[in-house]
Design a protein around this ligand. Structure first.
Ligand SMILES: Nc1ncnc2c1ncn2[C@@H]1O[C@H](COP(=O)(O)OP(=O)(O)OP(=O)(O)O)[C@@H](O)[C@H]1O
Ligand SMILES: [Mg+2]
Length: 234
């Protein structure tokens, strides 16, 4: 039995994230678009979960909601026993900064900063003044050892995506959310990067939730979920 299976079977109920009855809708003029319709989901510690679904199905909305970035209309999200939307704004920011890594679908890198500087931002927010060595180490692991001093405009789309992944990992978060982290890569680079991400998460015994359109990549995880009609279809 592999170590991971032993750990999982030893703690079958070790739930890291528990989302209950989430609803979320957007108002556009007089009409209402329901994106999440009473969705519930449990994610085990150290689980690697892939989330698929059609464009517009609500995958980014769900990820934002699970990560404490967008308040649901109703329902709750608990991570490590903390109810995210019951925390004060300040507590929530601190919780996210230390426990959650997030790779945004469109990166959100700061244009005037180099790759290394972009990656160190979350650790500076945390109060660590000099995590440059760690930033370089992670950037090297995602294959950007030779692009450390490039600014986002001097990087390809896929390279910017990898900087965003490195930034999500700098604070050694318990749970990493990645919204189509290989969306801009060719399939072989994408597969290699996904393997690197899975390996980093495995080595550090973290939990990973990835949105992908790539059915082949989704097989690399422990579990695959489909989001359709505002609900999870297993
Ligand atoms: N701020 C907003 N205001 C109004 N509608 C929104 C807003 N954000 C998202 N939507 C709508 O909600 C639906 C879900 O959007 P979301 O970005 O979650 O989809 P997605 O599954 O991530 O799609 P993709 O695969 O294209 O990234 C879409 O139909 C979108 O148009
Ligand atoms: Mg999306």
């Amino acid at each position: 039995m592999e170590l991971r299976d032993q750990v999982l079977s030893a703690h079958p109920d070790d739930i890291l994230l528990k989302a209950s009855s989430l609803t979320r809708s957007y108002k556009i003029g007089a009409s209402k678009l329901s994106v999440l319709k009473g969705l519930s989901l449990n994610i085990r510690r150290q689980e690697k979960l892939f989330l698929r679904g059609a464009s517009g199905a609500g995958k980014s909305t769900l990820l934002y909601t699970l990560a404490g970035l967008e308040r649901p209309d109703s329902g709750s999200v608990e991570i490590d026993g903390e109810s995210l939307y019951s925390l004060s704004h300040k507590e929530q920011t601190k919780f996210r900064n230390t426990k959650i890594g997030y790779v945004f679908q469109n990166y959100f890198l700061l244009p005037d900063l180099t790759a290394v500087e972009n990656v160190t931002i979350p650790s500076m927010i945390r109060g660590h003044q000099n995590d440059k060595e760690r930033a370089i180490e992670i950037l090297t692991k995602v294959g950007l050892g030779k692009r450390l001093r490039h600014r986002p405009s001097e990087l390809s789309g896929g390279e910017q995506q990898r900087v965003a992944i490195a930034r999500a990992l700098i604070n050694d978060p318990e749970i990493v959310f990645a919204d189509e982290p290989t969306g801009n890569l060719d399939s072989s680079t994408g597969e290699k990067l996904m393997e690197t991400l899975l390996k980093l998460v495995d080595e550090n015994q973290k939990t990973l939730i990835v949105v992908t359109h790539d059915a082949r990549l989704a097989e690399l995880g422990d579990r695959e979920l489909l989001l359709a009609d505002g609900q999870i279809m297993d």
